[in-house]
Design a protein around this ligand. Structure first.
Ligand SMILES: C[S@@+](CC[C@H](N)C(=O)[O-])C[C@H]1O[C@@H](n2cnc3c(N)ncnc32)[C@H](O)[C@@H]1O
Length: 273
């Protein structure tokens, strides 16, 4: 069974293109109760100079930038990077004619191919739990940041989607539904701060208030199946759909907790000799 940091599985299957990630994004778009918008909120957190040089690692299909095109300062220089060429293709497609305002690079977060002291900010959203050597990635982020530069690192809290995992267990506790729950166990908002603080100063956490109120079975089934590689789960789509439809008939709505947010840290200026 692939783990959350199995690079071959991530590159050749899970993130070969954006289809599986988009099945999950769709559930959040349809049923999140906070209508302000996750990516608008992320952008609100960025406190950067007027001419900022920004690097995003693991940008995926560039939803962050697509959702904020109306307010990305024209003087910013933004490099979008991911280790999956398929994701970068989708990112370019999603940004349409505005894509030419961005740079696109294939980058593994563990070996960032830029000079030291280049960027005012490094963004890494929902990706650090996939990186096998997270300390190396954090160290690389610090290296490429200018002194005083910021990291914005998004991840989930330990209670994120707990009712979804309960639902999966009640459907069949013997089945492995994939790696999603490993994300919080690997690098969570609740426990990951210690790691971040080894590389950055003034580490703060900002959380986004939200909950899912799911009223349709199919988007939830798509979400669950997007993370499972085993045929046993894929072959039970109809059974899973019926199970979720019964839940909805009984309760009218399925409430699922969310807990996502970001660590914000600063690269300490070098101490005077
Ligand atoms: C859950 S998706 C998040 C995408 C995007 N940041 C977002 O929040 O919508 C994780 C992304 O990280 C990328 N990724 C995983 N491991 C990586 C690594 N070692 N270096 C760079 N990108 C990586 C994947 O290809 C994928 O696009």
């Amino acid at each position: 069974m692939p783990t959350i940091s199995d690079q071959i599985y991530l590159l050749n299957d899970q993130y070969k293109d954006a289809s599986k990630l988009d099945a999950r994004v769709q559930l959040h778009l349809l049923f999140s109760t906070n209508k302000y918008g996750w990516h608008r909120w992320c952008f609100d957190q960025y406190a950067l100079p007027a001419k900022a040089n920004v690097l995003e690692l693991g940008c995926g299909p560039a939803h962050l930038w697509k959702s904020n095109l109306d307010r990305v300062p024209t003087e910013w220089s933004v490099t979008l990077s991911d280790f999956s060429a398929g994701m970068l293709d989708q990112a370019k497609q999603n940004l349409g004619e505005r894509a030419s305002a961005f740079r696109f690079e294939i980058v593994d977060a563990q070996a960032i191919p830029f000079e030291a002291h280049t960027f005012d900010a490094v963004i890494a959203n929902h990706m650090l739990y996939h990186v096998p050597d997270r300390a190396q990635a954090l160290s690389e982020m610090r290296r490429v940041l200018k002194p005083g530069g910021k990291v914005y690192l998004v991840t989930n809290g330990l209670t994120h989607l707990r009712e979804l995992y309960e639902l999966q267990r009640r459907f069949d506790s013997a089945v492995d539904f994939g790696w999603s729950h490993q994300a919080h166990e690997t690098f969570s908002l609740d426990t990951g701060g210690v790691e971040v603080a080894q590389f950055f100063a003034n580490v703060q956490i900002a959380r986004y208030e939200d909950v899912l109120n799911v009223t349709e079975a199919e988007p939830l089934v798509n979400y669950i199946l997007s993370m499972s590689v085993i045929a046993e789960v894929q072959n039970r789509r109809d059974e899973l759909q019926q199970f979720i439809e019964c839940e909805l008939t009984e309760h009218g709505v399925i409430h699922i907790s969310k807990d996502s947010g970001m660590f914000i840290g600063t690269k300490q200026p070098a101490a005077p000799l």
